[in-house]
Design a protein around this ligand. Structure first.
Ligand SMILES: *Cc1c(COP(=O)(O)O)cnc(C)c1O
Length: 387
């Protein structure tokens, strides 16, 4: 029955020029970190998004750890984050000895519910995570205003958001510090990698020391000191020059990749629009001021049973659909160490039970996109419309 090739959820976009960029670097032998490839990629990101300070790091997770370390987040401090997010946002906080405090999201934005955030604020609240699901920016003004009023730092988790905007601002440029991820599943990828972003010069100076094992090697590289030395706390979050070369090559295709992803995203929206009734099916909510980057396409179905049945059937018919995320507050670690439990965040739980992602990647052909749509419509008729 299934003679057509399986359409995976995503597929890394590696082109011959990427292979050549890495080969050329290796042939040249200049693989020392913070070399020309890293500098060029950092400058390209800084120019493209108007973000003054960009440091390439080993992952978005490490970019967040870098921000929390540079802010001096420590035991006793609390950081507010959605439970509806990727696990390493929470582990970064735990690693500082600080306490992750989950807050509820709201529909249809899937952004933090600011009334719930306010309920969870205490004198120990030091930072909050501004998160954009699917590379779709929601109005950040309420969260940014709240944080400013209460003297709370904003870490913007733009891991999925390179090339997306809200109004005239790029995502990644909204928080006091932010990250992009270059994990191979993201729009621009170099296997593993990330960027730490900030407009705050003092913070960038602290971060560059932490990133380089507590040394002032960056000052040395800029010619500001004649040797570099141990000057503070640190770790090693430096991206290798080899990854930097791959990243630089990928970044040259950012516009083309975003355009293709958005064509597919818009095709799915258009092709499923007639099924959207708010109850059996809800399509991604995109505010008028938001320009997404097509990172992923999701739908919300009626309930978990429908979602799981549809997911199984789609896979059996060659369409790599999947769910996203497992709520953090009801995970084994959180129930054991943070005292949260299933039932605490009903909107988060409902969204996680109903959310289904469909395949989306730049190399997907129009025929494959039509196969996804056709198969989805079949499976939806079969499972979702039962009384
Ligand atoms: C991918 C992702 C991360 C982690 O990125 P890494 O580069 O793998 O550390 C964090 N937050 C969100 C929302 C992500 O999608």
């Amino acid at each position: 029955m299934n003679d057509k090739p399986y359409i995976p959820l995503s597929r890394p976009d590696i082109q011959p020029e990427d292979v050549e960029a890495v080969a050329e670097l290796l042939r040249g032998g200049a693989i020392a970190s913070d070399g020309p490839a890293t500098k060029a990629a950092q400058a390209a990101l800084s120019d493209a998004f108007g973000i003054p300070h960009v440091l390439l790091v080993t992952s978005a997770t490490h970019a967040m750890e870098l921000a929390l370390m540079a802010w001096g987040i420590r035991p006793g401090d609390e950081v507010i984050l959605p439970s509806f997010t990727f696990v390493s946002v929470a582990t970064a906080i735990v690693r500082m000895g600080a306490t992750p405090v989950f807050a509820e999201i709201e529909e249809p934005s899937l952004a933090l519910d600011m009334a719930d955030v306010e309920r969870r604020r205490t004198p120990a609240t030091r930072a909050i995570v501004l998160s954009h699901y699917a590379g779709i920016g929601m109005d950040p003004a309420p969260l940014l205003g709240w944080a400013r009023r209460h003297g709370v730092k904003v870490f913007e988790d733009a891991a999925q958001c390179i090339g997306a905007r809200y109004g005239d601002r790029w995502l990644g440029g909204l928080g006091d510090a932010a990250c992009y991820s270059f994990h191979y599943t993201k729009n621009i990828g170099c296997g593993e990698g990330g960027a730490f972003l900030t407009a705050d010069t003092a913070l960038a100076r602290k971060a560059e020391i932490i990133r380089e094992k507590g040394t002032n090697r960056q000052k040395f590289l800029r010619g500001e000191v004649d040797k570099y030395r141990w000057v503070g706390e640190g770790s090693s979050f430096v991206l290798s020059e080899i990854h930097g070369a791959l990243l630089g090559s990928q970044l040259q295709r950012l516009e083309a990749v975003t355009r293709r992803r958005m064509q597919l995203f818009n095709r799915y929206r258009e092709a499923l629009a007639d099924l959207e009734d708010g109850r059996h099916l809800r399509l991604p909510f995109v505010p008028p001021d938001s320009q997404p980057n097509g990172h992923l396409f999701y739908v919300l179905l009626r309930d978990e049973e429908t979602r799981d049945a549809m997911m199984d059937d789609l896979r059996a018919r060659g369409v790599g659909a999947t769910f996203h995320y497992v709520p953090l507050h009801s995970s084994p670690y959180a129930t054991e160490h943070l005292g949260t439990k299933r039932g605490d965040f009903p909107v988060t739980e409902s969204v996680c039970e109903r959310l289904l992602r469909l395949p989306l990647y730049p190399a997907m052909t129009d025929d494959e996109a039509e196969r996804v749509v056709g198969t989805f419509r079949d499976v939806f008729r079969q499972h979702a419309l039962r009384p």
